[in-house]
Design a protein around this ligand. Structure first.
Ligand SMILES: NC(=O)C1=CN([C@@H]2O[C@H](COP(=O)(O)OP(=O)(O)OC[C@H]3O[C@@H](n4cnc5c(N)ncnc54)[C@H](OP(=O)(O)O)[C@@H]3O)[C@@H](O)[C@H]2O)C=CC1
Ligand SMILES: CC(=O)N[C@@H](CCC(=O)OP(=O)(O)O)C(=O)O
Length: 362
């Protein structure tokens, strides 16, 4: 497949899903990506705008079946916005046919297949691809993504494992402190809240309006599958093993995610110092902003965008406890926008192409 730096033809698999249609929305507005194909197993022949009327007037495409040969004929790169395990069934066939993959599912995120199998309760059927898959969190892993871009430019298809929404926000909140070497305990606590679209389009008892509205509840306590992903990422950042206690909560928002992390730091660390560490770490990042001292981010400020906002403070009485909070849109920086950011990097495009916009302010 061609690796020309403009008008890269992309396919979105799982395009009827929430993350998939968000990729479609971003691709339609992207200067260099062209929506060549959008796939769904049950809606072949149906117009995308029949399923999502918001696309009327912007997108005349119809859904196709996710057939690897047809995808390879139409596209240079595929976004897989399908549930975990479904990606295992598609990714090898696409790579074999020369199509690069940005996988939004969890199937290629964990480097150790035994860890995947323990948390996802399913055998990993292509463990040989785990070594070549690059974790798609550009702010932590840009060099590897750029290197993948070189590989793709030389004609080889590449695989990006885009991170989960909770791990993205947790990593952005915790990484600067861990990298700076001020953290004194291996324990990181992540307390996170997600909008209901994080659970996907298929409704469940937990996401039913009457259950989720006007209420907040923790779930997956001590057992959420994003825990090993966070531990893998934060241990790499810290250069030593990190143990994560992660508690996700469902909150009555359509989209948005806030992760607040707690880390023990050396008692001599000052509030000015932590503020400077976070500001320095993200100063050159186009899509991550650090709020002024004492301010904490809100997911409304990043809704619908590729952006993350981070706030940091030391506990006023227990100065050895650092509290950092990151806000993202679970479908934006937590999924589709980050996938496009990764696609930009591996396609040799400006990293923020098609992503440089702000949330509605009111
Ligand atoms: N929602 C979010 O905030 C985030 C989601 N993700 C990840 O993105 C992926 C999609 O999530 P989300 O959009 O929420 O899920 P949805 O349930 O909304 O969408 C899933 C999509 O995948 C398709 N699909 C389901 N099973 C298969 C299969 N076996 N083969 C091919 N296609 C299939 C579905 O359509 P059909 O069954 O008709 O083919 C649908 O289009 C998941 O891996 C999720 O973990 C990552 C970060 C955040
Ligand atoms: C609110 C909600 O239910 N969120 C999902 C996680 C979001 C997601 O899709 O993450 P992955 O990419 O790893 O699947 C959950 O807790 O399973």
């Amino acid at each position: 497949m061609s690796a020309t730096p403009s008008h890269i033809r992309v396919c979105v698999v799982g395009a009827t899903g929430f993350a998939g249609v968000e990729v479609v929305r971003l691709v339609l507005a992207h200067p260099d990506l062209e929506l060549a194909m959008a796939c769904d197993r049950k809606a072949a022949g149906v117009a995308l705008s029949d399923v999502y009327p918001a696309l009327l007037g912007s997108c005349a495409a119809t859904f196709s079946l996710p057939d690897p040969d047809a995808i390879a004929a139409a596209a240079d790169l595929a976004f897989l916005a399908v549930p975990h395990t479904a990606s295992l069934a598609i990714t090898p066939a696409l790579l074999e046919r020369g199509v690069s993959v940005v996988d939004l599912s969890a199937d290629y995120r964990l480097k150790d297949p035994a860890v995947y199998e323990a948390w996802y309760k399913t055998p990993h059927t292509s463990p040989e691809l785990l070594a070549e898959a690059v974790y798609g969190l550009p702010e932590l892993n840009r060099a590897a993504l750029v290197e993948l871009g070189r590989r793709r430019a030389s004609g080889k298809p590449v695989l990006v494992a885009a991170p989960g929404c909770y791990p993205t926000a947790t990593a952005l909140a915790a990484a600067p402190a861990l990298e700076a070497g001020i953290v004194t305990s291996s324990l990181v606590v992540s307390d996170a809240k997600s909008g209901v679209s994080g659970a996907g389009r298929k409704p469940s008892e937990r996401t039913h309006f009457c259950h989720a509205s006007d209420s907040v509840e923790a779930y997956g306590v001590g057992s959420h599958r994003h825990t090993p992903e966070m531990e893998q990422t934060l241990s790499a950042v810290a250069g030593s093993p990190v143990d994560v206690v992660f508690t996700p909560h469902l909150v009555p928002l359509k989209r948005g995610l806030v992760a607040t992390v707690y880390l023990e730091v050396a008692p001599e660390v000052t509030p000015d110092q932590v503020q400077a560490i976070y500001e320095d770490r993200y100063r050159d990042e186009a899509l991550v902003s650090v709020l002024p001292a004492h301010a904490m981010p809100s997911c409304a400020s990043v809704a619908g965008t590729a952006r993350a906002q981070v706030g940091v403070a030391l506990d006023a009485r227990r100065r050895h406890v650092l509290v950092a909070s990151a806000a993202i849109d679970n479908l934006g920086k937590g999924a589709a926008a980050q996938a496009v950011q990764c696609a930009n990097l591996v396609c040799g495009l400006p990293e923020t192409a098609g992503l440089d916009f702000v949330a509605p302010v009111v």
